[in-house]
Design a protein around this ligand. Structure first.
Ligand code: ADP
Ligand code: MG
Length: 664
């Protein structure tokens, strides 16, 4: 493959500027797509009013005259013949254009028309006339020292010189099927579109190509994964497992049973489990994970469960301990605040195998932690291990099965991409006896009603969460803060009820203490930022009040709402907001997290669902998984079909794989 520096005109300086734009190869260069287009529509002289903007093309009629003024200013004057008459053109500070503007040259002039003097004061002169009435100019991301024009020149030069070398990542049969233009032509058009229709046609083609390559990689990896016998093969004693399941005190829902079956099958199978367990808040994922851990224990291996916060790790630890009360299983908790001495003894227990199950935070994947025979790793709440972290799980010999739990229902598009290489178990149904959480939208003026609703619940000995977007007053904000709310709530309820706050800036120990008190019904109103968003389980809390609700994404609101309604008690969620009520209304009407996440996705994109961390995975050059969902689905179907077609030689497949990896 020819190198970037071989492109005519690209010297060492240009090369380093291109590198700045992440362009390292010819392929990178020609797929440096315009991020938008300037559309110029040609005017006639007579159409444009005095002093208005004009776009007109014609031929240079007189030799341009260059005038120089003080302070380095200059001006070029010439006459232009256009289809609608002759007009004078002047342009400031473009002395360099003088040599290009020879008589007879076709140009497009953009500027302001002075009708009285019959002169256009141009802001820009582009070489070449408009071949059609409309001219579409690509606009690229540039960098200082590298202009739009430079980029366009290099790209076109690369296409001219090496167009044939540029690989096409769509297999021929699909090019034929969809009657796609060849790659070189498509690229030529995307960088030099003549009409909007053509541009649209090739845009679809290039998007499809990018998504095909991406989905191909995912399908390929998934298939390889299944083929590899690198997991633990083990037998699980089903009768002991059933006995345990029967002892947990409630009946699993059908979805939970199914998820358990899928997990047990994965554990027994020879290939490694790589499964996502997703379900709405409160759908009962945790017990499913615990059953998985118990099954793993029955087959003689250690389990590790990693939670995103200490509060959650602690909660899981306590729950698991109580579920396992009658078993002879050694469970430990390891977090950042575990004492040094305790840590040492836990490290030892993990290494010699005397600890069977460990629950913790990131502390679980520190270098010091060595496992004797880790058979199952579970991470809670969209807390995906990076490849690097997974490698950090020091384990003697065996490769553990991996289960991810997520309470953020993932929009289908997103699931297909981010989690596309995983198997998915979904829990849709909620445990029996749960009542619908009634959601209300209130304005700040109706605060009295809200307090009355809170009071009613408090009187029945139920607890209340109150959420604010900020902790303390920062400069000039009218937003409600946790601290302000504490004062207000004290005024309203302080005499009878205990009120406290937790937020992300508090020390862990202080936070845990208050959470513990809330759990034990010693704190009745808990005021918080969204730190309590994930996972916390206090069934006696029946009311969730969220101030400045418009500040939150719908998925976040849904997560917060999921903190209540966790028992058979009737629960409510009150959203307080004076703005954006239409969006919030979705919350009143919908209680299915999947539907809400789709809405959120439509409104705000994926960034809001998972933070920006994963957005790198979504870095497509031309495709957009939100707006190009249909193309994605087709590309997914086709790439799978292609992969399964045994006639395709392994080598041929590799080519697409390499291509897709190269493009991330
Ligand atoms: P998730 O993690 O999916 O948000 P949890 O696992 O925390 O939900 O479950 C919420 C609550 O429901 C817990 O108190 C749990 O013990 C209880 N629970 C789970 N499954 C069932 C079930 N099938 N029947 C009754 N209660 C259940
Ligand atoms: Mg949970």
């Amino acid at each position: 493959m020819t190198e970037l520096k071989d492109v005519k005109g690209v010297g060492p300086k240009a090369l380093s500027l291109l590198n700045k734009l992440n362009i390292y190869t010819i392929d990178d260069l020609v797929t440096h797509y315009p991020f938008r287009y300037d559309v110029l529509e040609r005017n006639d002289l007579s159409q444009v009013e005095d002093g208005e903007k004009i776009v007109i093309d014609g031929k240079v009629e007189s030799v341009p005259i260059l005038m120089r003024f003080k302070a380095g200013l200059n001006k070029i004057n010439f006459r232009l013949v256009t289809p609608s008459g002759v007009v004078g053109v002047s342009i400031f500070n473009r002395a360099f254009l003088k040599n290009q503007l020879t008589v007879g040259t076709g140009v497009t002039v953009i500027g302001k028309l002075d009708k009285v003097k019959n002169v256009i004061t141009a802001s820009e002169i582009k070489m070449g006339t408009l071949s059609n009435k409309v001219r579409i100019d690509p606009v690229y991301h540039c960098t200082s020292g590298l202009t739009n024009k430079n980029l366009s020149t290099y790209i076109n030069m690369a296409l001219l010189m090496y167009g044939k070398e540029i690989s096409d990542y769509i297999p021929k049969e699909y090019i034929d099927k969809y009657d796609f233009l060849n790659k070189k032509t498509a690229l030529n058009i995307i960088h030099n579109p003549s009409t909007a229709d053509k541009l649209k046609e090739v845009t679809i083609r290039l998007k499809y190509e990018e998504l095909f390559a991406f989905m191909f990689k995912i399908n390929y990896l998934k298939q390889q994964h299944k083929k590899e016998k690198n997991g633990l093969e083990r037998k699980i004693d089903r009768s002991k497992l059933d006995k345990f399941i029967n002892s947990i005190g409630f009946c699993l829902t059908t979805d939970q049973k199914q998820a358990v079956d899928e997990i047990i099958n994965d554990l027994e199978a020879g290939s490694r489990m790589n499964r996502l367990l997703q379900g709405d808040v409160g759908s009962g994922k945790t017990i499913v994970a615990f059953i998985g851990m118990f099954a793993n224990y029955l087959s003689g291996y250690q389990s590790a469960l990693m939670a995103p916060t200490e509060i959650l790790a602690m909660q899981h630890y306590q729950n698991l301990k109580s579920f396992l009360e009658k078993e002879q299983i050694n469970v430990e908790l390891l977090t950042g605040s575990t004492s040094k001495k305790e840590k040492q003894s836990i490290y030892k227990g993990l290494k010699d195998g005397s600890i069977h199950m460990i629950i913790g935070t990131h502390a679980l994947i520190q270098d010091e932690v060595e496992y004797s025979n880790l058979g199952l790793v579970i991470t809670d709440e969209q807390h995906r291990f990076g490849v690097h972290q997974r490698a950090n799980l020091q384990n003697k010999g065996v490769k553990p099965d991996v289960l991810y739990m997520s309470a953020t229902p993932i929009p289908r598009t997103y699931a297909l991409t981010i989690f596309g290489d995983m198997d998915v178990s979904t829990i849709k149904e909620r445990p029996k006896g749960r009542q619908k959480i009634k959601t209300y939208i209130k304005t700040n003026e109706e605060i009295k009603d809200v307090l009355a609703m809170m009071y009613k619940e408090l009187k029945s000995n139920h607890q209340v969460y109150v959420i604010a977007p900020l902790i303390e007053d920062t400069e000039n904000t009218s937003l409600v803060t946790v601290c302000k709310l504490k004062d207000q709530m004290k005024l309203a309820f302080g005499e009878r009820y205990k009120i406290d706050i937790v937020h992300g800036k508090m020390a862990n120990a202080a936070k845990d203490l208050i959470m513990e008190q809330f759990k034990n019904n010693e704190v009745h109103i808990l005021i918080s930022t969204t730190v309590i968003e994930v996972g916390v389980d206090v069934p006696n809390a029946t009311t969730m009040v969220i101030f400045d609700a418009e500040r939150f994404g719908l998925s976040t609101l849904h997560q917060l709402r999921g903190r209540v309604g966790r028992s058979s008690l009737k629960s409510q969620c009150i959203l307080i907001s004076d703005h954006d009520v239409d969006r919030l209304k979705i919350m009143e009407q919908v209680d299915d997290g999947f539907v809400i996440s789709e809405e959120d996705f439509k409104l705000r994109g994926h960034g809001d669902l998972f933070g920006t961390k994963q957005s790198g995975d979504m870095a497509f050059k031309i495709a957009n998984i939100r707006s190009d969902y249909k193309i994605l689905l087709q590309a997914k179907k086709d790439s799978k079909e292609y992969l399964l077609n045994k006639d395709n030689e392994e080598d041929e497949l590799k080519k697409y794989l390499i291509a897709s990896i190269a493009r991330g």
